[in-house]
Design a protein around this ligand. Structure first.
Ligand SMILES: Cc1cc2nc3c(=O)[nH]c(=O)nc-3n(C[C@H](O)[C@H](O)[C@H](O)COP(=O)(O)OP(=O)(O)OC[C@H]3O[C@@H](n4cnc5c(N)ncnc54)[C@H](O)[C@@H]3O)c2cc1C
Length: 424
């Protein structure tokens, strides 16, 4: 076994970006994924590379969520349950929906934003990955005139971190782009962000990792981990008994990271937030930008000749049957904002899971109690955009080099600290 080999569990955006960065540092990697085709959250998401995006834990979000709980068509829906893990998560979530937490989280996320664009654009340049990446910003499309001022204030709050936004009237919007309906009152344009086809990006990353000498093994279900006598994590064990050895292991298995970590006595408490997408062909006219339809939280993204509509946040256990009415809500929402929805036909439908922590921030970094083990998960609705910088941070952690990111809000041990302080 190579003494610098890293075993990475999960070939989503986080696992593949970490693998790529490690290869760039001359390390050896093997990435394991239990699926034989990569069509999980990292491929099926909305494709908004929205830097500076706020976390879920906005002030008022917990009360809004509670109200929406009664309406299974609402953008955020929590499957009613008395599971202690869910109740604990909801309570912690509620306690983090404060202006102070939002301020701290925004500072960290905005700092990560510039670095993640740089990390992704470097990969795209070096590898020539064609994934419809365009640095055209994203549009917050607004129907109700009364929502425009608040949305503008939200955008302007990012100005102190160097992020630019522009308020555009409905008429000006339609003058620039004929895809928007007359009902749209205006938009806030987040100018520094980008849009991308996430499936093509993931495929390109996978090919790049292989081309650069890394191994990506699909159809390999990781069942547990190998530990050395001194407690160090030295590999992953597959369900068929095969052991893949390494000098370090990265757990980047999305929402499935928690059950895997629990085998090592580590808690990564997260809730799965299922979302859906529909892909439309034949709208006649495609918007030039991607964005979000403000009142419905549904995202849209033109991908080649097709339009992807993605969204809804459904908190509950994985593996339940799809909820048709939530999937249908995507096209219903888009009809009010965009032309051509009714005449288009659906070419694909999809569902996947966002891994959501209770404080809205990812879990990234080394596990101090288990040398050799590193974690990269919990990115909720920001995994595509934060994947490249997460790869850089984990690579620096594994190689023992410095990075400039303040690790406090990303620390993967903070759920432990929270529990310990509560118990005390
Ligand atoms: C509808 C929707 C829209 C979204 N839109 C955006 C967006 O516009 N912008 C954005 O930034 N983010 C968006 N997201 C969020 C983003 O998709 C996720 O945060 C991100 O994909 C998480 O990446 P990941 O690598 O952590 O996990 P995943 O992509 O879930 O990858 C984890 C991998 O681990 C594998 N795995 C699990 N268990 C095992 C095991 N035991 N053994 C081996 N392999 C295993 C899985 O098969 C999977 O391939 C969206 C999500 C959804 C659902």
């Amino acid at each position: 076994m190579s003494s610098t080999r890293t075993v990475i569990v999960g070939a989503g955006i986080v696992g593949l970006c970490t693998a790529y960065e490690l290869l760039q540092q001359g390390r050896d990697v093997v990435v394991l994924d239990r699926e034989s085709t990569l069509d999980g959250a990292s491929a099926g998401n909305a494709g908004l590379f929205s830097i500076g995006h706020a976390p879920l834990t906005k002030p008022g979000a917990s009360w809004r969520g509670l109200r929406w709980m009664l309406d299974s068509r609402s953008p955020l829906w929590i499957r009613p349950s008395l599971s202690p893990a869910l109740l604990r998560w909801l309570w912690t979530f509620h306690n983090h929906c404060t202006p102070e937490h939002l301020e701290r989280a925004t500072r960290t996320l905005c700092a990560l934003g510039w670095r993640t664009v740089q990390a992704l654009e470097r990969i795209l340049d070096l590898e020539g990955i064609d994934c419809f990446y365009r640095r055209c910003g994203w549009m917050d499309l607004i129907l109700d005139e009364r929502n425009l001022d608040a949305a503008q204030r939200e955008g302007r709050a990012l100005a102190r971190y160097g992020y630019r936004t522009d308020r555009i009237s409905g008429n000006e919007l339609r003058r620039r782009d004929g895809a928007y309906r007359d009902e749209v009152a205006g938009a806030i344009h987040y100018l520094d962000s980008a849009i991308v086809h996430p499936g093509l990006l993931l495929r390109g990353l996978l090919a790049a990792v292989r081309t650069r000498g890394g191994s990506v093994r699909l159809g390999c279900d990781v069942a547990g981990f190998e530990r050395a006598h001194d407690g160090r994590c030295v590999g992953a064990r597959l369900r068929n008994g095969e052991v893949i050895e390494g000098s370090s292991v990265v757990l980047a298995a999305g929402i499935w990271s928690d059950p895997l970590a629990s085998q090592l006595g580590i808690a990564l408490p997260m809730q799965a937030a299922r979302g859906y997408h529909v892909q439309l062909e034949g709208t006649g006219i495609l918007p030039r930008n991607g964005g979000v339809m403000h009142e419905t939280f549904v995202a849209f993204n033109p991908m080649g000749s097709q339009l992807r509509l993605a969204g809804t946040l459904e908190i509950g256990p994985t593996g339940r049957p799809w909820m048709r009415k939530r999937l249908d809500a995507l096209t219903t929402a888009a009809r009010r904002y965009l032309h051509g929805i009714d005449q288009a036909h659906i070419t694909a439908e999809w569902a996947g899971y966002r891994p959501c922590t209770a404080d809205g921030m990812p879990l990234v970094g080394p596990v101090p109690t288990i040398p050799g083990l590193f974690v990269g998960t919990g990115h909720a609705m920001m995994g595509l955009v934060l994947g490249p910088v997460t790869g850089r941070i984990l690579c620096a952690d594994i190689c023992g080099t410095r990075h400039e990111i303040d690790p406090e809000l990303l620390d993967c041990m903070r759920p432990h600290r929270l529990r310990t302080s509560r118990a005390a």
